[in-house]
Design a binder for this molecule. Sequence first.
Ligand code: 13P
Ligand code: SF4
Length: 299
Amino acid sequence: MNQLEKLKKLKKEKNAIILAHYYQNADVQDVADYVGDSYYLSEVGRDSDADIIVYCGVKFMAESAKILSPEKKVLFPAHGDATCCMEHQATPGLVLEMKKNHPNAKVVTYINSSSEVKAVSDACCTSSSAVKIVENIDADEIIFVPDQNLASYVAEQTDKKIIPFDGQCNVHHKVTLENIKKLIEEHGEVEILAHPECQKEIRDISTYVGSTAGILNYAKTSPNKEFIVVTERGIQHQLKKDSPEKSFYFPYMICSPMKRVFIETIIDALENEKCEIVMDEELIKKAKVSLLNMHKYAG
Ligand code: 13P
Ligand code: SF4
């Protein structure tokens, strides 16, 4: 039996599904039952009637799936430390301090954060849902944690007062205007599609700014044939699947924590039911409120 047959058999025997983010290794995306952005995957995990979710992404994503469905077994088959850099930036203490300084504000926390930070937040958001959640939450002042770039993007789209934390994604934040100008020199004035985790100077020269799913949708439906894409390179796999005839040019953007899941680690985790996400019940209960509010305010 080859690896793919083995995986299929294991999934059926154990009533398991595999979720993968668009930044995962291409062969992992290809064996997943659902591939998507972090908002879509949070809904799929929540609504699935599978007994086991195998989450191929970074740790906060797998923990969010567990928080939303504590009755399910969530396996996270990553080799080594597969945490998003932003999971280590904000802390509950720092968030509580900001709350103390802004007593009328509500805390909207980017899902790319630790479960402990989610537990002291009013609502979570993803890049695709951030503006809607800020608009719909019942406060005029918003403490936005931890990504300063997503915070500034949201501030441009709302009249509410955004009080940003000073975190950032070290993959998106480090891309400079110079990097993009170099790509324009090589490939001409093609459309630029950027993730809102990019700095303002990049967003300002982009024709489209949005989540991974938003970028994919834009590229697929655009009549243009060439694009500069300013997000993690793993997305190229789906871009090319959707539009093999189009060309996509990237600055150097690799998120190494996203590349720690392999077919072998998925099979091993499922076969032996290991790499399980185990969380404190009290933490699940507290963090769940902000994740449920994310779905409520985005809906
Ligand atoms: P999306 O929600 O757009 O998939 O983003 C997740 C992420 O980690 C971007 O760096
Ligand atoms: Fe986190 Fe950045 Fe990687 Fe996304 S690309 S998972 S924000 S480190």
